[in-house]
Ligand binder design. Structure first.
Ligand code: SAM
Length: 329
């Protein structure tokens, strides 16, 4: 079992397979996109598979594939199929924007993907365009429909942005009436890949919950699953549930069980922290499995207590314009 220096079990890896994306969400990256990584800079699928197999042997039980948008990287499904066959891996999940995902849903089901996080900030086509700078709402809704048909669990993630989509909170909550999905509202984080580094949060978890409570006063708190990053709620009579992820307030760090790998092979032990080690370089220098293990143990022995400590120790965060697409959201 993997432990960090605070005694927390680490059993969850988030792996970003690309920094590229087919949307341009304004809170994630500039309209012109990012300075995309070159092919040589990215970890190859073989490198990722090797790393994952070592990490799984060490105690990682769950892997979430993210990005960028995973489905824009060529050969993604074939990589995912191989990953799904890793001995000892108990949960394989994906975070996707759903633009290209619908045709792959039957295959996802077949290889054993049991849950998918779908990012969707609004049900209004014009607002979708103004947030993502692309007119792709219909394809995302088709993905939602296909996922529901297939019986794959869906968590719908919406970033709440002052002046942009706070009118969407209630329509999104309304989806839980008939659909067995979890609709989760995420506090906006300061990772927009641009110059202006946002320092304050417009809408926090309290304001989001109060907005929902005003319409649904009978909403009640559910017991959160272990390691949950969301505070979960139920509206009586609704098939689905509602969650709030205090990504900026960072009130869930105490039970942190995760590590992240960026497309470059950088390991991050906290979303707000600096990269602590590069596994791609290590592998390309001919490292053995024992070298990889030693590097991961060392990184975990330095893991920050929480996102506030990590941010304080990450001088780059204040001056550099990080994007969730390069961090691995
Ligand atoms: N492309 C995939 C997707 O859209 O789900 C995976 C990568 S995306 C970076 C992962 C998640 O990070 C999305 O739900 C996105 O909304 C969220 N995200 C990106 N930038 C964010 C920010 N500044 N604050 C909060 N969440 C953010």
């Amino acid at each position: 079992m993997l432990k960090d220096r605070h005694g927390r079990t680490i059993n969850y890896l988030r792996l970003a397979v690309t920094d590229r994306c087919n949307l341009r969400c304004f809170y994630c990256m500039p309209e012109e996109g990012l300075d995309w990584l070159g092919r040589q800079e990215l970890m190859t699928y073989e490198e990722m598979l090797h790393l994952c197999s070592v990490f799984v042997k060490m105690g990682i039980e769950k892997i979430r594939i993210t990005g960028g948008e995973p489905f824009v990287r060529k050969g993604f499904m074939s990589f995912l199929t191989k990953l799904s066959q890793l001995n000892g891996l108990q949960h394989l999940t994906i975070t996707t924007n759903g633009v290209l995902t619908a045709p792959y849903v039957p295959e996802l089901k077949k290889i054993g993907v049991r849950s998918v996080n779908l990012s969707l900030d609004t049900l209004d086509r014009n607002r979708f365009f103004s947030i993502t700078r692309r007119d792709e709402l219909p394809s995302v809704l088709e993905t939602l429909e296909k996922l529901l048909e297939s019986g794959i669990d869906v968590k719908l993630n919406a970033v709440v942005m002052e002046g942009k989509n706070t009118d969407d909170i209630l329509p999104l909550v309304e989806l839980t009436k008939a659909l067995p999905i979890s609709v989760r509202f995420i506090e906006e984080m300061p990772f927009n890949g641009g110059e202006a580094h946002q320092q304050t949060l417009g809408w926090d978890q309290v304001q989001i919950l109060n907005t929902i409570k005003a319409k649904y006063p009978a909403i009640y708190k559910l017991v959160d699953p272990p390691y949950s990053t969301s505070f979960n709620y139920q509206i009586p009579g609704h098939k689905g549930s509602v969650g709030i992820i205090a990504a900026y307030t960072r009130s869930f760090c105490g039970t942190c069980n995760r590590i992240r790998l960026t497309p470059l092979g950088d390991l991050k032990t906290c979303l707000y922290g600096a990269s602590v080690f590069n596994f791609k370089d290590l592998m390309r220098s001919g490292a053995s499995e024992a070298d990889i293990q030693a590097a991961l143990y060392k990184a975990l022995s330095l893991k920050d207590l929480n996102g506030w400590e990590a941010e304080k120790n990450n001088a780059a965060l204040a001056s550099l314009s990080a994007s969730m697409a390069t961090i691995g959201g």
